[in-house]
Design a protein around this ligand. Sequence first.
Ligand code: UDP
Length: 329
Amino acid sequence: MSILVLGGAGYIGSHTALALVNAGRDVVVADNLETGFRKAVPEMARFYKGDIRDRAFCDGLFEREQIDGVIHFAANSQVGESMTNPLKYYANNMGGTRVLLESMVAHGVGKIVFSSTAATYGEPERVPILETDATVPTNCYGETKLSMEKMMKWISVAHGLRYVALRYFNACGAQPDGSIGEAHNPETHLIPVILQVPGGQREKISIFGDDYPTPDGTCIRDYIHVCDLAQAHILALDYLLSSGENNVFNLGNGVGFSVKEVIEEARKVTGHAIPTEVLPRRAGDPAQLIASSEKAKTLLGWKPEFEDLHTIIQTAWDWHKTHPRGFED
Ligand code: UDP
């Protein structure tokens, strides 16, 4: 009985692998280490370096290990990059998932929890967003994730595979003991980029657009702690292992914060002035994304523990302060 975490050396993947190990599960991690870090993988997990676009690599995993369920994080995840290099997202996100599913079908591995995103919705018609709301992505990243969800739906119809897609809103924070945290190179996500200013790696934070139709003109997002996301993956996996049907769940706190509000909270956490500059809008950004996660709470029994933005940023700051160069420290 092993769980395979694909992309388990990445940010959300490594926190989920650690939560699985801490819950007493037997964990196998695979990662190509293009954006992930070997040091982020828990010691108790068996690690395989390889790429899910490589069919022989996927086949080898399913032949050597007794995999009951797959948690799939292995994808590129930057909105901005997906707009300038969409073919990378088609090749890796959709291409990788296609090969993975071929191998899973061939080896009779029938359960997958899939890392999806709020970007599948695009500009929402209303907030909080429900899982049944329209999905009209405004960026290529969201488009590929939505296509991956649909790929699983049709593989389910044809081959009986069962899947849960978890649409995360804005993942942030770090393991509270400071052992692992967010590390991207280059870093593009708002909270770690803000923290580079008090961390001495950046002079100021750029605000991408202050002319959105929101109260202070900056984009509003729903920030959810990475450890709460990790717990949701375990619940979703257990839901599938106990015969739960295909399903899609939003994961967020249900509260929106503007870019300016996040910067202000980071000033309080770090005691640093954090200067700002306003730049033009970043292509593909919706004005406002806020989740309704009632379905995950009701059906999966999910209870986020980190509901307060101050605490979330504090865990991120504790990690970045002690690891200014991420896993290279
Ligand atoms: N953002 C910003 N400056 C930055 C990085 C991000 O103003 O240096 C904004 C971005 O335009 C978006 C929000 O912060 O409105 C969250 O962006 P992030 O890339 O963290 O996550 P996304 O919502 O794209 O998944």
